[in-house]
Design a protein around this ligand. Structure first.
Ligand SMILES: [Zn+2]
Length: 450
């Protein structure tokens, strides 16, 4: 038990040390969206060899600034910020500043990239409201003295640091715990779910930018909390628990996808199911000791955000499972599964089908259907990662950028500039016609970090 408690305790301290800001910037949700910092305008001011770029803001902002080389760029990441409505791309003197680009990062951060004609050493200062001016972020672009290089992140080293997204694949039950038993062929849940998990692992291996970690490799029993601890050891980003259902009603069939609910199950069926899946080794259902109220509050916030992310993941899976076969329930269900209590990892539990239904049992035994289920799960994972790849991953770097349309610009010119198909832009922005207007923002898929 100690072994299991340890990472949780450690996690609380990490939360406290990292502070609320770090947490909120990871999984920003509607609750905080209202407090987003607006970038009202960006201005350039140059005097002699002094070049400043000034951001006019609605409030103070947490930001990070760094440079990239070949081509020279200054990157400014603003936490929980966005361009305000009616934001217009600034006019600038092109001798140093070649272009300004905007990209949305994660769910809520804004990345501003200054494309430069030559290398600079940037310095940034937050200026409080004064003399009729609001909050500002001043970025000074100092000419770089030759030979002396700043300790900077280069484009290359940034690429090397990009990691894979780690998917923890958890085949339910195992060893002394067979899980549900098929009514007709006595199929054991632990065996079919391991087969599906292995298929999913093989599919993930073929994908770029994601990596699978098997929580159990063979027919072994693992306590539920050990499964989460194991996923944490591997620094998993997502946790997928694979199961097969059984119900008294032998006509019940199809797949369901569950995420953790904080305040109990959303349906009676979810409650009963959670009891069954948890029964084997459920001892304490209390999340944390009550001695540290602050830790609890922070973890609660984190938990809410993770539930939101989990629902997104589950939604994608449900949609692709729908294409594979029958769906038992049309919406994501929430229940208090211990195995989903990972707090910091978006986690889902998939009940692939009902072993209590003869047709479902037969399909679960089929290698072809096992493969199709694995494909559907991968589809859900990929769909999720398209929107929410974790920071620092290769997939996150293949994010989209936001382009603010200038007057006179055409869709085809924009497509050419970013080197993407015009159709891709139409698709990404759900454009019904090619008519665009100045100031309108377009999402454009890009393949590089800058
Ligand atoms: Zn199960």
């Amino acid at each position: 038990m100690n072994k299991i408690l340890q990472p949780r305790r450690q996690f609380i301290f990490e939360c406290l040390a990292g502070g609320l800001t770090a947490l909120l910037s990871l999984y920003s949700q509607p609750l905080w969206a209202r407090q987003k910092v607006m970038v009202r305008s960006i201005r350039q001011s140059s005097k002699g060899d002094k070049n400043n770029v000034i951001f006019d803001l609605s409030a103070s902002v947490h930001h990070k600034i760094f440079t990239l080389h070949n081509p020279e760029r200054v990157v400014i990441d603003l936490n929980d910020a966005r361009l305000s409505q009616g934001f217009d791309s600034p006019r600038f003197d092109h001798s140093l500043l070649r272009n300004i680009r905007y990209a949305k990062r994660e769910r809520s951060d804004l990345r501003v990239v200054l494309d430069l004609a030559r290398a600079v050493s940037p310095k940034s200062f937050l200026l409080p409201p004064a003399k009729g001016k609001g909050h500002r972020l001043l970025v000074e672009l100092h000419p770089q003295r030759s030979k002396k290089r700043e300790p900077v992140i280069t484009a290359n080293s940034e690429k090397k640091q990009l990691r894979d997204v780690v998917i923890a694949i958890d085949a339910g039950h195992g060893g002394k715990d067979p899980g549900a038993i098929g009514r007709r062929y006595k199929t054991k849940e632990k065996n079919v779910v391991l087969a599906i998990a292995r298929r999913l692992e093989a599919l993930v291996k073929r994908e770029k930018g994601i990596r699978a970690v098997m929580i159990r490799e063979g027919d072994v029993f693992l306590p539920l909390r050990t499964r989460i601890a194991r996923a944490r050891q591997h620094k998993a980003d997502l946790f997928i628990s694979i199961h097969a259902d059984a119900a008294r009603n032998r006509r019940a069939r199809g797949s369901s996808v569950y995420v953790l609910s904080k305040n109990g199950a959303t349906s009676e069926a979810a409650r009963v199911l959670a009891e069954n899946e948890n029964r084997v080794d459920l001892k304490d259902d209390v999340l944390f000791g009550k001695e540290d109220q602050l830790a609890k509050v922070i973890v609660d916030l984190m938990l809410n955000a993770t539930i939101e992310a989990s629902i997104d993941l589950a939604d994608g899976m449900l949609k692709s499972l729908k294409k594979t076969g029958k769906i038992h329930r049309n919406r994501v269900e929430q229940a208090g599964f211990v195995v989903l209590k990972a707090h910091d990892m978006p986690s889902v539990l998939v009940e692939t089908a009902f072993l209590s239904n003869t047709q479902d049992e037969r399909r679960l035994r089929s290698k072809v259907h096992q493969g199709n289920l694995a494909k559907a799960l991968l589809g859900g994972i990929k769909h999720y990662l398209k929107g929410y790849a974790p920071p620092g991953t290769l997939l996150a770097s293949m994010n989209r950028t936001t382009h603010v349309i200038r007057s006179g610009e055409t869709l085809s010119a924009i497509a050419q500039r970013y080197d993407v198909e015009i159709n891709t832009i139409r698709h990404y922005n759900a454009l019904k016609s090619d008519r665009i207007r100045a100031g309108q923002m377009l999402q454009i898929p890009i393949s590089a970090g800058g």
